[in-house]
Design a protein around this ligand. Structure first.
Ligand code: NAD
Length: 270
């Protein structure tokens, strides 16, 4: 079922790596809902070439940008406005990477250069992306900017390591920049806190399968899929949510409000 929710809207989607990526599903859904957009990812990710399949399917141009580089962001924005024929209505930040997690460093033995990289790529990039957008004045009034986050920003999940701090920064930036952008341009800024999802970034966390199953048992509706997440993101991009800003929106099947569930109780009592 489609509703033309994004008809006439122009956007930029960061972070579609492969078909499992949440950003990939958002792109497909945004296209179905009538949007036009550019796709972007870090040069190293684009070298895989998989994104070209999505670009073809969505009739979208792919523009390379490392989200931590202001120069890359400026180039991305200038080209996007040119290719799409006007200012931007929505941006998706779907970016996460921790060298410490990737290289199996435990939380008591972190490499601090890598820690700073984690914070830059997964947290500060959200600020860079908005500051650059504001300086170049590429956003339309009532535009909507969304970043994806995880509940480890509020509660400890040991193997999430330094990504927990990156997500806390990300969510805080959504509030601070959300205030600023609302005042200057009526642009909305939110984070969506998604259930564990079987993607490259997700499954890179050690013990992922176990906490995927745990979250599934702890969520009365079960884990939210990446397709469900895409639907929610599109709704937050749309005019139906125009007074929602500076929020961390839980999209987790009820996980964050559950103390214990019958399923978990039964499993533990075995
Ligand atoms: N998968 C999960 O369980 C889960 C749960 C909650 C939130 N999230 C968040 O969703 C977002 C998308 O992740 P995903 O699960 O779809 O995995 P994914 O691996 O498909 O996406 C992560 C993306 O980040 C991109 N990226 C990394 N470094 C970059 C850089 N310097 N510049 C630009 N892009 C860069 C990667 O190329 C990749 O496309 C992330 O923020 C992630 O933390 C994921």
């Amino acid at each position: 079922m489609t509703y033309n929710l994004l008809k006439g809207k122009r956007g930029i989607i960061f972070g579609a790596l492969d078909e499992r990526s949440i950003a990939w599903k958002v792109a497909v859904k945004a296209k179905q809902e009538g949007a036009t957009f550019t796709l972007t990812n870090a040069p190293i990710a684009l070298r895989l070439g998989v994104i070209n399949k999505l670009a073809e399917e969505c009739n979208a141009e792919v523009i390379s940008a490392d989200a931590t580089s202001i120069e890359d962001l400026e180039n991305l924005y200038n080209k996007s406005v040119e290719v799409l024929g006007g200012k931007i209505d929505f941006i998706l930040h779907s970016i996460g990477m921790s060298p410490n997690v990737r290289k199996g460093k435990n939380y008591g033995d972190l490499n601090y250069d890598w820690y700073l990289k984690t914070l830059d790529i997964s947290g500060l990039s959200f600020h860079k992306l908005m500051q650059t957008a504001e300086k170049l004045d590429i956003m339309n009034e009532w535009g909507s900017i969304v970043a994806l986050t995880y509940i480890a920003a509020q509660r400890t999940f040991p193997d999430y390591s330094d990504m927990a701090q990156a997500k806390a920064i990300l969510e805080s930036i959504a509030r601070s920049y959300g205030y600023r952008f609302a005042k200057s341009k009526k642009v909305r800024v939110n984070t969506i806190s998604q259930s564990p999802t079987k993607t490259t970034a997700g499954t890179g966390i050690s013990g992922f399968d176990m906490f995927f199953d745990y979250a599934n048992m702890m969520s009365p509706l079960g884990n939210a899929s990446s397709e469900d997440c895409a639907n929610y993101v599109v709704m937050i991009f749309s005019d139906l949510s125009r007074m929602v800003t500076m929020q961390n929106l839980m999209h987790d099947g009820g996980f964050s409000s559950s103390g214990i569930t019958k399923e978990l109780f039964e499993r533990l009592s075995k």
